[in-house]
Design a binder for this molecule. Structure first.
Ligand SMILES: [Zn+2]
Length: 501
């Protein structure tokens, strides 16, 4: 059997002003053996079979940003389509997407659009398995095209490999037995920022922890839960509760409904479980903390949720607190500052105006004197790491008690390797400020303590402070007193002709 693997995995934050104009693309055999996100699990499952030929087409990804430009999305999508057509007769396809892709100037849901194009390229009788992040949505159009689905079950994400494995396993079951899967989605009108749904804390821990019990029900394939991508103002934004049954459409819908009612009943309990504070209060607290390293996240400017990374608000607040010793503030987007530092050269003293580049109009600016300690035209990752993209030009500067890094484009500082690439020890400094929400797993593993700072910005954790015009209303918590139960408008199911064909 010949099974293709392709996809575009991207999370867009449309409130960010900076569109994503490029994609990091692995093509053909380059995709194999790299430990790529999700794909490593698909490789693992197919390697257990002697008669499966994995046909890698391409996989595109980018750091989350303000939505793809139409040009880059369509270019890579069309390249994937051409690759699928050129690969000749295929028995199945696994699509590795995220579920929160957005394309500027495109009204349609882009993950759905991508699946439409894949289905058209391979023919409607070729089953497609889909793997997704849990911070996305599932639409009726996606269910129209897919035969199987697997979704991450941990946040911070630690299970991409097993998720890819499950998607591949379901597809093999379909191909070997001719069985069809019935998929039902119930959308729950809730806006749940990821920080409210970490699976190491209640209630997400218990809900996600119970999914294997749904899977184990006689006749079931899987149950899945996507908490959604709360910040985008689109009609498809919601939580998606999924039932997948080998047995019947009724069972799929029953399980999705049960899960949806449970998620809704917990709505008041999805809160920030990690230690958190307003910026000023959090920095006062940080000055008293003795555990090291202490990680602080600038959550309103979370580049891994798609924010632009321009804000210097937290850096400026730290400069006002000399009591905070030995602080690293990494990952600020400031292309002109980078150019000025590189032009001055290593060891040079430069004047930098913090906040002069793209800070919100009401943001403070501040002139500082800095010493350029390191920098270059490119950041080279050592091996593949999830979320790591090839970084462009950067500079590391010393400003008094702070070591700061500036970048020509937004970057997600999510692993110790990111620090090491810039000559910064990832654990020996006292305080590290990152532009994240929750800490990503590899940083969570090295942090002695973590405090999330409730800074303002595009990824504001209080969604009631944001404007929504396209979102379906009512939606919780914007319409706080609303009642809800499953209604036909919330339900999407496998079309009858697809389930029986
Ligand atoms: Zn995610």
């Amino acid at each position: 059997m010949r099974i293709a693997v392709t996809g575009i995995s991207y999370e867009a934050l449309l409130r960010s002003t900076v569109p994503t104009t490029t994609m990091e693309v692995q093509r053909g055999e380059e995709m194999i053996g790299l430990g790529l996100w999700m794909i490593r699990g698909i490789e693992e499952r197919f390697a257990e079979e002697t008669d499966v030929e994995l046909v890698p087409i391409l996989w595109g990804t980018a750091l989350p940003g303000g939505g793809f430009t139409r040009e880059i999305y369509e270019q890579i999508r069309d390249e994937a389509v051409a690759g699928l057509k050129a690969a000749g007769p295929l028995d199945g396809v696994v699509v590795v997407n995220h579920g929160a892709m957005e394309v500027r100037g495109m009204d349609a849901n882009p993950d759905t659009d991508f699946l439409d194009h894949v289905a058209a390229a391979v023919g409607k009788d070729v089953p497609i398995a889909l793997s997704l992040d849990l911070h996305g949505q599932v639409t009726q159009g996606m269910i129209d095209r897919i035969s199987a689905l697997s979704v991450l079950r941990t946040a911070p994400h630690r299970d991409d490999q097993s998720t890819g494995y499950r998607a591949a396993d379901q597809l093999l079951h379909i191909l070997r037995t001719g069985t069809k899967q019935h998929i039902a989605r119930v959308s729950v009108p809730m806006l749940l920022p990821g920080e409210f749904c970490v699976t190491t804390a209640s209630p997400a821990r218990e809900i996600y922890g119970s999914l294997p019990e749904y899977d184990a029900v006689e006749g079931m394939a899987e149950a899945n839960l996507l908490v959604g991508f709360a910040w985008n103002d689109k009609p498809w934004i919601s939580a998606s509760c999924i039932g997948q049954s080998w047995q019947s459409p009724e069972q799929a819908l029953e399980m999705a409904t049960k899960l949806a009612r449970r998620v809704w009943s917990e709505r008041g309990n999805f809160t920030l479980s990690m230690e958190h504070a307003e910026v000023a209060e959090g920095l006062d607290l940080a000055a008293t903390v003795t555990e090291a390293p202490l990680f602080l996240s600038d959550s309103g400017d979370n580049t891994t949720a798609g924010a632009a990374g321009y804000s210097t608000g937290v850096l400026q607040a730290i400069l006002d607190r000399p009591g905070l010793k030995d602080v690293v503030v990494a990952g600020i987007t400031a292309p002109e500052t980078v150019e000025a530092c590189l032009a001055a050269g290593i060891g040079a003293t430069v004047e930098i105006e913090l906040g002069a580049e793209h800070q919100p109009a009401d943001g403070r600016t501040r002139k500082v004197t800095a010493t350029v300690e390191a920098g270059g035209r490119e950041l080279k990752p050592s091996g593949f790491q999830p979320y790591l993209r090839r970084g462009g030009a950067w500079a590391r500067v010393r400003i008094g008690h702070v070591l700061a890094t500036f970048h020509d484009a937004s970057i997600g500082i999510t692993t110790p390797a990111h620090y090491e690439m810039m000559g910064i020890h990832p654990t020996e400094h006292a305080v590290y400020v990152v532009k994240l929400g929750y800490l990503h797993p590899q940083l969570e593993d090295i942090a002695a303590r973590f405090i999330l700072l409730l800074s303002d910005g595009a990824s504001n954790l209080d969604v009631t402070r944001l404007d929504y015009t396209q979102l379906n209303r009512p939606a919780y918590p914007l319409d706080r007193g609303m009642e809800w139960d499953v209604s036909p408008a919330d339900i999407a199911t496998t079309p009858a002709e697809k389930a029986t064909a």
